[in-house]
Ligand binder design. Structure first.
Ligand code: ZN
Ligand code: ZN
Length: 253
């Protein structure tokens, strides 16, 4: 399996528009972060997790020719605002499969009504194939995907496990029961916003505590704010098997 980090930034990305913060003006390419998303490829399949406002740019940067579906962690705009840009894939294949919880599908139907309408649908609008998922395993192509329910403040959202790889974004807490799904991983990707605590996202210490509890062989941090610090400096203070992800980073898992 191959994982490509398409974006590793929090909701406003880095640099933040108009911000003179030291990280936002850094010229290290690893300090430039589009909104969080990953591409997961195996055999002849490719899926993305989330479809934020940078989706088009991310598909071009990673030279993605086709996808077999989009898995959604939750409905916040930084994970869904790029929906209109799935059109090249829906024109090619007729439909793009969406895998999402009921609450996400309902929210998307409200916000992107022109995509989901059946009456007088605009010819150029994307076409999607909805797969409502619950907290139990699903199959994409020939692969089992296990949702991992995490708490994003009061919102219950999904991370996903694919064999020995798991991707968790926008978590603040994870129940003991769901943490068990993160045991025996080769790679855990998990969000770490900044040093200070935040009401709905894990900070660095909280993310490291979870990593320490489930002990993956390697962990990569994502959904990063400019307040976390420079990639090069934060990397130096991390435990041996923990890394900051950056846009464009690829892993073979
Ligand atoms: Zn987010
Ligand atoms: Zn969110």
């Amino acid at each position: 399996m191959k994982l490509t980090f398409l974006g590793t930034g929090t909701s406003q990305g880095i640099p933040v528009i108009g911000c003179n913060d030291k990280v936002c003006v850094s010229d290290d390419y690893r300090d430039k972060r589009l909104r969080s998303s990953v591409l997961i490829e195996w055999d002849n399949y490719a899926c993305v997790i989330d479809c934020g406002p940078d989706f088009r740019q991310q598909m071009l940067a990673a030279n993605v020719k086709d996808i077999n579906g989009i898995l959604f962690s939750h409905y916040h705009a930084d994970h869904t605002a790029g929906l209109d840009d799935i059109r090249p894939f829906s024109q090619k294949n007729g439909q793009v499969p969406f895998y999402a919880q009921k609450q996400v599908i309902e929210n998307l139907k409200e916000r992107f009504d022109y995509i989901f309408t059946t009456k007088n649908k605009y010819l150029g609008a994307p076409n999607v194939q909805l797969h409502e998922i619950e907290n139990r395993p699903l199959v994409i192509g020939n692969l089992q995907v296990i949702p991992v329910e995490v708490n994003h403040g009061k919102l219950k959202i999904f991370g996903f496990r694919f064999k020995n790889l798991a991707y968790i974004t926008d978590a603040k807490t994870i129940s003991k029961k769901e943490l068990k799904k993160l045991l025996d991983l080769d790679v855990l990707v998990i969000n770490a916003l900044r040093i200070d605590t935040h009401p709905t996202h894990l900070n660095l210490k909280e993310a490291l505590d979870i990593i320490d509890e489930v002990k993956p062989k390697k962990a990569y941090l994502t959904h990063i704010s400019h307040k976390l610090g420079f990639h090069a400096e934060v990397s130096k203070i991390l435990p041996e098997n923990v890394y900051l992800a950056y846009d464009g980073l690829m892993l073979d898992v």
